[in-house]
Design a protein around this ligand. Structure first.
Ligand code: NDP
Length: 286
């Protein structure tokens, strides 16, 4: 890697940041395109987020990705955000141009690309259950609403957050949006039985014990189960055994990264090269 006074600096801010796959994905892409650019991980504590965004300006950092827990909080420190990020209420990509910080959200586009390309699933007119109501769930919900799904159920541990997200969906889209608590087992069972797509957008399987309490009889052979976590979680294992189609979050990770890369550089992302780099790196974090 060549580093000189002209090297463009990109990175990712989050906390914790140790396990991120984004540096390997982006640095491999820069190298493949012969770009003089570098992508670094920045561990930023929540109380330092304001100072970190000031530093991006002061150090003329060209762009960063934003991950947990800063995707929502970073918005107040930016100069503007695009329409989709505003709907989601979360930013995962920041670009600096002429001293101004512009925010975007590529999680929704990454999810849709993987859903269509990897799982061959067309969401228009379909019924969907989303588990979770955090930033990723909001991006998925808005992207699916945009794509014309018929009904979205948001099932969350904290039902109040599910209600907030369904209200947000209805604010922007004319869609049936139903909030439910994860522990409303019987109602959730029927809603999944009637659905075409189940998305796990909780962090269960990534953080803490990998045990999401979904009735195994909910799964059926017309159901696609999409887990945003990039490995085969317990949920995916059970769904597969019950005859559902399954997909993990690796394709989404690369797709949202590729979209960020294109926003960062204005160049077409070398998707396959980025995917191979991530698949290789992932073996070492299991
Ligand atoms: P948030 O912290 O914003 O949301 C976490 C969600 O998980 C909340 O709905 C929370 O429920 C729920 N949750 C946490 N612990 C439990 C539990 N023990 N039981 C039930 N529900 C639980 O995180 P994000 O939305 O940003 O990310 C969610 C997941 O999506 C992460 O695993 C992340 O890695 C993944 N992701 C993957 C991407 C990809 O490219 N593949 C992109 C973005 C995210 P509550 O509200 O009740 O606390």
């Amino acid at each position: 890697m060549k580093v000189s006074g002209k090297t463009q600096i990109f990175g990712i801010i989050g906390c914790p940041i140790e396990h991120t796959l984004s540096p390997v994905m982006h640095n491999t892409a820069f190298e493949a395109l012969g770009m003089e650019a570098v992508y670094l991980p920045f561990s930023v504590r929540p109380e330092d987020l304001g100072k970190a965004t000031m530093a991006l300006r002061a150090l003329n950092v060209s762009g960063v990705n934003v991950t947990l827990p800063h995707k929502g909080a970073v918005i107040e420190f930016l100069d503007d955000i695009d329409v989709f990020a505003k709907r989601v209420g979360a930013v995962n990509t920041v670009i600096q141009k002429s001293g101004k910080l512009h925010g975007y959200n590529t999680d929704g586009a990454g999810f849709m690309l993987s859903l269509r390309k990897d799982a061959h699933f067309e969401p228009e007119g379909k019924k969907v259950v989303i588990l979770g109501a955090g930033g990723a769930a909001a991006a998925v919900a808005m992207a699916l609403s945009d794509a014309g799904v018929r009904r979205i159920v948001v099932a969350n541990r904290n039902k109040d957050r599910a209600e907030v997200l369904t209200k947000r969906i209805r604010k922007y889209y004319d869609r049936e949006a139903i909030p439910i608590a994860l522990d409303e087992g019987r109602a959730l069972y029927w809603l999944i039985r009637e659905s075409d797509l189940l998305v796990n957008a909780t962090s269960v399987g990534l953080i803490g014990p990998d045990k999401l309490k979904i009735n195994p009889n909910s799964f059926h052979d017309k159901l696609l189960v999409f887990d945003l976590i990039y490995r085969e979680t317990q949920l995916l294992k059970i769904a597969r055994r019950r005859g559902s189609k399954i997909i993990d979050g690796l394709g989404m990770l690369v797709s949202q990264g590729a979209r960020s890369f294109e926003l960062f550089t204005g160049k077409r992302a070398p998707f396959r090269i980025m995917k191979t780099a991530v698949e290789h790196a992932i073996k070492y974090i299991k």
